[in-house]
Design a protein around this ligand. Structure first.
Ligand code: ADP
Ligand code: ZN
Length: 221
């Protein structure tokens, strides 16, 4: 089963993807996480990608697409994956379709998360991530804080704010790029009949965990 997480920054893609991954037993593949791991390990890919990420720009396809293609060929991906952060443009979506059809697969479900703008910026500023690159759990100091402040519940490592989440200019740029380049994917997948839109908002008291639970129940039917 190939699932894609769609939705602007701060809507809860990572949270929903993580819950689905645990429950369905298929890996969550987050392009942002792969980039951050490479940046922290100072690999050639990381050094190159950081030039774009630190400014809030997209990493070019000649770096991103082969990286995803390689990841899809790992053994743990043979029963399916949850893609979180890819595709982000129509071109990437078309390249993904090609990649999948080469291995006899297709996109089965696209989960489009929608959250009011006012809540999004607040959530990005209060987001914290685990510094252990093999864990990468995410928290929110207001909405789902760790049990002990600054410490990951899952692995005990320190939590920190992502560099691009603390820079208001980078946040603004990323949201603009989402509107311009990524939001057209909603129509792209709607037309393919695989889109499922879910609202996540404090105003309706519906969070990522609620959405994940509903999707898991529907998949069992
Ligand atoms: P967010 O969605 O909160 O901006 P991500 O963790 O998904 O964060 O990605 C962090 C950064 O990594 C993005 O701002 C972008 O620079 C880069 N990135 C991630 N996925 C892609 C992609 N599919 N194509 C190009 N760049 C990407
Ligand atoms: Zn952790």
């Amino acid at each position: 089963m190939i699932i894609i997480m769609l939705g602007a920054q701060g809507t809860g893609k990572g949270t929903v993807a993580g819950l689905l991954s645990d429950s369905l037993g298929i890996p969550q593949i987050s392009t942002g996480d792969i980039f951050r791991k490479n940046i922290s390990e100072k690999t050639p890919l990381g050094i190159e990608a950081d030039k774009f990420i630190s400014k809030g720009n997209l990493v070019p396809d000649d770096i991103t697409v082969p990286m995803v293609e390689d990841r899809l060929n790992w053994d743990d991906a043979k029963n399916g994956v949850i893609l979180d952060g890819f595709p982000r443009t129509i071109e990437q979506a078309e390249k993904l379709d090609k990649m999948l059809s080469n291995i006899g697969k297709k996109v089965d479900m696209v989960i489009n998360l929608v959250t009011p703008k006012e809540e999004i910026i607040d959530r990005m500023l209060t987001r914290r991530v685990c510094t252990n690159q093999d864990c990468k759990a995410t928290y929110n100091v207001k909405l789902h804080p760790p049990k002990v402040e600054g410490i990951c519940d899952k692995c005990g490592a320190n939590l920190k704010q992502r560099a691009d989440d603390s820079d208001p200019e980078a946040i603004k740029k990323r949201l603009e790029i989402y509107e311009e380049k990524t939001s057209p994917l909603v129509n792209y997948y709607q037309e393919k009949g695989v889109l499922r839109t879910e609202e996540i908002s404090l105003s309706i008291n519906r969070m990522g965990a609620d959405v994940a639970k509903d999707i898991i129940e529907d998949l069992k039917k």
